[in-house]
Ligand binder design. Structure first.
Ligand SMILES: Nc1ncnc2c1ncn2[C@@H]1O[C@H](COP(=O)(O)OP(=O)(O)O)[C@@H](O)[C@H]1O
Ligand SMILES: [Mg+2]
Length: 157
């Protein structure tokens, strides 16, 4: 588990841009944290690092948005309005969360892990990445007006 302290939106963006250089096809970036903690800001940085032109916005109403114009395909998902793993599967999103072909960045990933899951616990078996896939689980918390604590851990390496 690693911790990054961000002191500005720009620093969170820059973290995402650096991560883009490490990401490989089949990786899932699972983003957990309250509204306004910087999940979308980090995804914007990832998109920029992958060379995806234009503005990346939260796909709240579309559930997922595909960006196929970067160095890797990026699927940006927002699970906010889906209440359970069953609903997520029903919406056809399981593939993106467990065995994506490109890179998935999923906001409100706690919806996928289920209501009983707490940071520090093992992943529920039903929510684990598929063989050969890596989940980078990222937890955001607001420490001040522009200060965010971002902890992350890779599963499935
Ligand atoms: N250190 C920081 N990192 C990221 N966002 C920050 C930071 N400090 C302030 N902010 C602000 O917090 C908000 C984060 O928004 P957003 O990335 O959409 O959050 P989320 O997707 O988690 O709801 C933005 O308005 C941004 O300007
Ligand atoms: Mg968001």
């Amino acid at each position: 588990m690693d911790t990054f302290i961000s002191n500005s939106p720009e620093e969170t963006f820059a973290l995402g841009r650096r991560w883009a250089a490490e990401l490989r096809p089949g990786w899932i970036v699972g983003l957990i944290g309250d509204l306004g903690t910087g999940k979308t800001q980090l995804v914007k940085g990832i998109a920029a690092g992958l060379g995806i032109p234009g503005t990346v916005t939260s796909p709240t109403f579309a559930l997922h948005r595909e960006h196929d114009n970067g160095s890797l395909p990026l699927t940006h998902i927002d699970l906010y309005r889906l209440e359970s793993q069953q609903e997520i599967v029903g919406a056809g999103l399981e593939h993106y969360l467990t065995t994506p072909d490109g890179v998935t960045a999923a906001e409100w990933f706690e919806r996928w892990l289920g209501g009983d899951w707490q940071p520090g616990q093992a992943l529920p078996e039903s929510a684990r990445p598929g063989a050969g896939h890596v989940l980078r689980l990222v937890i955001f918390s607001e420490e001040g007006e522009t200060k965010r604590k971002i902890t992350y851990e890779d599963f499935g390496h």
